[in-house]
Write a protein that binds this ligand. Structure first.
Ligand code: ZN
Length: 400
């Protein structure tokens, strides 16, 4: 019997779909009491019941990562499957966020696509391989991590304290395509400093709002042509978004301060330091035209813990890439595309700070992630188990 058929016989599709539903039914967003703790315990219990070696390792506020291990016999490459256990809050969802219902070929609810469907598939993969009796040469890990939607402390902890692998698959929704790169992410605050004065005598002040307007005009004319010269073949050019602006006290006062918050997406070769140097240059251009122009830059560290959010780029000559392409085609009958994630993912932490090649491959689409009717195709969750399982055998090697 071939490997695929052998793996298919180890589990009923219903089993992984009900696991995905169970994970959705346990809220693990930032407003849920204990956050990911309940879902992490539940998932660890499920793995243990199915004979998998699993531990809970607290990261912040006793909220634990789930670390499951399928020990290889030795001598093979080590693979890690990684998924985050937190979700964004339900916000204004128009369906029951925590039904976990299987209907019309989809699993429904918050986190079904981003990314409890993938976490269920990853956990099921270890169980399926264990049941198959296939002994791997290298180890296979599943790490279910906390707080990816906010600061990524969960994956930071894995990078710092192990386990270590030769490659990592992060199960963010990619419709089972191979996301082999994405931009890095930096949040920056620009503060323009003016001088307050009475609105009836505005010539005595320095209006920080109008100085900020000059800065924005300069930014929008100077920056895009420079960024376009740095376009990456897959990711495109670096980009920026003016996200938040605040300034002034009230209409009858000259604004003494104006703050702009910018989201800047980096391509390989850029760092937050190079991004800051470029913005300083634009500030310098404003100052050269206007001696009253005064601004300073600050990093906004709200979206990260300790590790910079650099770009992710998977090496095109890495053996896992060919293995996954072949495996996805074998399981789904469709050749997967090489794509780019629009957002930043934990894969970048493994790739940069962890020095471990990492890519993104998971069921579901980013188009519905965080959305009002989040759902994930059931067939893709089942196929993900087979893709992860076959790829693990091919990457880690068989012991017998
Ligand atoms: Zn996600």
């Amino acid at each position: 019997m071939d490997l695929l058929e052998r793996l298919k016989k180890t589990f009923d599709p219903e089993e992984v779909l009900s696991l995905a539903g169970d994970l959705v039914r346990i809220p693990s967003h930032s407003q849920a009491p204990g956050r990911e703790t309940a879902v992490a315990r539940w998932l660890a219990g499920w793995l243990e019941k199915n004979g998998i070696d699993v531990m809970l390792r607290p990261v912040v506020e006793e909220r634990p990562n789930v670390i499951a291990t399928l020990k290889g016999k030795g001598g093979g490459r080590v693979l890690m499957l990684n998924g985050h256990l937190d979700t964004v809050p339900p916000y204004s969802m128009t369906i029951d966020p925590f039904s976990g219902e299987l209907k019309d070929g989809q699993v429904w609810g918050r986190g079904s696509a981003d990314m409890k469907g993938a976490c269920a598939a990853m956990a099921m993969t270890l169980v399926a391989l264990k049941r198959s009796g296939i002994r791997l040469a290298g180890d296979l890990f599943f790490t279910g991590v906390i707080n990816e939607e906010l600061k990524s402390e969960g994956s930071e902890d894995i990078v710092l304290n192990g386990p270590k692998a030769d490659a990592v698959i992060v199960g963010e929704p990619s419709e089972l395509n191979l996301s082999i790169g994405h931009r890095g992410l930096e949040w920056i605050e620009i503060e323009v400093i003016g001088r307050a004065a009475h609105g009836g005598r505005p010539h005595l002040g320095i209006n920080a709002i109008s100085k900020m307007a000059a800065f924005i005009r300069k930014l929008e004319t100077e920056l895009p042509p420079r960024l376009n010269t740095r376009a990456h073949p897959l990711m495109g050019p670096p980009i920026f978004n003016l996200g938040v602006i605040h300034g002034g006290m009230q209409p009858s006062s000259v604004a003494d301060r104006c703050i702009l918050q910018v989201d800047r997406r980096l391509v390989p070769g850029e760092t937050w330091q190079s991004v800051f140097a470029e913005l300083e240059e634009i500030i310098g251009l404003c100052r050269a035209e206007d001696p009253d122009f005064n601004a300073r830059l600050r990093r906004i560290p709200d979206n990260m813990a300790t590790m910079d959010h650099l770009p992710m780029e998977f090496p095109l000559d890495h053996p896992l890439l060919g293995i996954l392409e072949e495996t996805v085609e074998e399981v789904t009958g469709r050749k997967p595309q090489r794509t780019c994630c629009t957002g930043w993912t934990d894969a970048a932490l493994f790739a940069n700070q962890g020095k471990t090649p990492a890519l993104v491959l998971g069921p579901g689409t980013i188009a519905v992630a965080h959305g009002a009717q989040e759902h994930c195709p059931a067939d893709q969750i089942v196929q993900a188990v087979l893709v992860y399982g076959l790829a693990a055998v091919r990457f880690c090697g068989k012991a017998d």
